[in-house]
Design a protein around this ligand. Sequence first.
Ligand SMILES: NC(=O)C1=CN([C@@H]2O[C@H](COP(=O)(O)OP(=O)(O)OC[C@H]3O[C@@H](n4cnc5c(N)ncnc54)[C@H](OP(=O)(O)O)[C@@H]3O)[C@@H](O)[C@H]2O)C=CC1
Ligand SMILES: O=C(O)C(=O)CO
Length: 327
Amino acid sequence: MSAASRPRIVIAGDAEQALRRIGNWQAIDALADVSVHHQPLRGQQLVEALQDADALVLVRDRTPIDAALLAQLPKLKYLVFTGTRNTTLDLAALAARSIPVSHTEWGPSKDSTCEMTWSLILGAMRQLEQQTALLRSGQWRSANAVPLAGVLKGQTLGLIGLGEIGGRVAKVGQALGMKVITWSPRMTTERAAEHGATAVSLDELLSSSRVVSLHLVPTPASQHLLNAEKLALMQPGSLLVNTSRSALIDGAALITALQAGRPGFAALDVFDVEPLPATDGLRTLSNVLLTPHLGFVTEPVYERFAQGVTECLHAWLTGQPLVRPLN
Ligand SMILES: NC(=O)C1=CN([C@@H]2O[C@H](COP(=O)(O)OP(=O)(O)OC[C@H]3O[C@@H](n4cnc5c(N)ncnc54)[C@H](OP(=O)(O)O)[C@@H]3O)[C@@H](O)[C@H]2O)C=CC1
Ligand SMILES: O=C(O)C(=O)CO
């Protein structure tokens, strides 16, 4: 194939460099020219980057791909995204342009997110961020400036949702000697007991847990499940953790609740707007631990992403049946 006729593949999103480093890209590089963009692309920058692309790979990227954008990308013939869900893709508009869409598997994203949840819980309980900041500023421990940490053993862990991730989080809590209580819309005493947990009402869970962690799939019914009234039920020294979806909590009510100290602290991996705007009120609070949606961002998940992306691209480049097509 001459250089001029070689297909052009554009990889966009964030952590795309990791994807390219991890995967076996030799077979793809032999057949196509691959370029990588190091930041999520938007607006005119996006159009310029994609104008000559035959295929687009979106890595953990939520760029809206709609009819208006597609009208500016006449060469685009194939799209691959990592994971299984990407609600910012207009699949009807892609189908209207006869652009097939493929996706990859998640790999161990549930284990990764369980570990992230515990990183947040333990990091918040032991104030790892504040302690590191203290040492960075040249100080040593300061028992007066920082309240003493609590111990989780013997405390109550309230899990809202006890599915794939919640179930894993429960096991770790039990290993640490915590009492696990749970609520979710269809929870039963029997299902909770299978995980060694006790089913309670949502109000009881909120008022009696030292740590409350959200693991529900968001639905219209669970939108702002934790509103001002529910947040007010939480104990003053409690910790609220969300690695699930921000829609489960009323964001404005959470900021007010944190300012009032109920809950005492929040550890959040997911936000109403991602990337979190520079002016978001959460950034100004001292009683929060914030991570930029990192639950599933681990080496083994990215290995699976890279494997899946190269599989999809190779099949497309060699004219074989498409791998995991969505449309
Ligand atoms: N931070 C990150 O990087 C990551 C975050 N996540 C998020 O973590 C959350 C939990 O994931 P996971 O444990 O895999 O979820 P599950 O699919 O195991 O579901 C968790 C619970 O949500 C409820 N639920 C599930 N599907 C529906 C539905 N269609 N309608 C109503 N309720 C439903 C169920 O409770 P019940 O039976 O009582 O109705 C279920 O037990 C999700 O929001 C997911 O998006 C996932 C991976 C990475
Ligand atoms: O699977 C999920 O819900 C994630 O958070 C990754 O986008």
